[in-house]
Design a protein around this ligand. Structure first.
Ligand code: F6R
Length: 243
């Protein structure tokens, strides 16, 4: 486990973007596992900047995202597809047919999950998986549990997540109650993992996840067993770690 200490959010974004950029340069047809959420936004901005300067070429890159809400279409502005389109896909020269997220509109959840695992398998697995860290230690939508769920699966969102999401929708009925997420086995099979963490409010969970016992109660703790994981975190997020 390697820890890269960044000064602040901007520095963290630049350092993580550097690793992703190197991956694309070394292997132009690489498979990137990508995340949504607020933490990677600065990384995507940095990658776009380098693309615009002509330093990066996404034309052969395949992207496979961690998760998607069940029941949201791609043009719903709350879907993760929409987020990725806004933040990255429409700003670089990535081929549309090499972009993958779980199919939120697939009602048959077994099919949605199996299809996604097949896509990942056919792509030859993930070269570099980018992760954010949830406040409860989740990665993707793998929430605290008694076990690690291995493959892509359908998750029931917690009441608190549904209520928190309510502000983005006209009514509570429209708020997604479930999501499809990549499983732990798939994440752990990525050749390289980069997890980005920013802010004081993540300091405690970062310490628990990477310096505490490996437990499904803190799903990110499993990353301690990965052979090539890099934590890129700012000083605030690392403030609970003794140097
Ligand atoms: C996003 C995802 C989540 C987030 C995590 C951290 O696709 O799967 O696990 O990475 O919730 O979110 P932020 O970055 O918003 O703190």
């Amino acid at each position: 486990m390697e820890i890269i200490k960044a000064e602040d959010y901007l520095d963290m974004s630049r350092k993580a973007a550097n690793i992703i950029s190197a991956q694309i340069i070394m292997k132009p047809d690489c498979v990137l596992g990508l995340a949504t959420g607020s933490t990677p936004i600065g990384i995507y901005d940095q990658l776009v900047e380098w693309y615009e300067k002509g330093d990066l070429d996404f034309s052969k890159v395949t992207t496979i995202n961690l998760d998607e809400y069940r029941g949201l279409s791609r043009d719903n502005d709350q879907s993760y597809y929409y987020f990725m389109k806004e933040k990255l896909f429409q700003r670089v020269n990535i081929e549309k047919d090499r972009i993958y997220l779980p199919k939120g509109m697939e009602k048959d959840s077994k099919k949605a999950c199996e299809d996604y695992d097949t896509i990942i398998e056919n792509a030859g697995g993930i070269d570099l998986q980018l992760l954010g860290l949830g406040h409860n230690g989740h990665i993707g939508f793998n929430e605290p549990s008694d076990k690690f769920e291995m493959k892509t699966h359908c998750v029931d969102l917690t009441e608190s997540t549904i209520l928190a999401n309510q502000r983005f929708f006209d009514s509570i009925e429209e708020v997604p109650k479930q999501a499809y997420t990549m499983g732990i086995d798939t994440i752990m099979n990525a050749k390289r993992i980069v997890i980005v963490v920013s802010g004081k409010e993540k300091a405690e969970i970062l310490k628990e996840a990477f310096f505490g016992p490996v437990t499904p109660k803190i799903q990110a703790s499993i990353l301690q067993l990965h052979r090539n994981v890099t934590i890129v975190a700012d000083e605030a997020a690392l403030s609970e770690i003794k140097q």
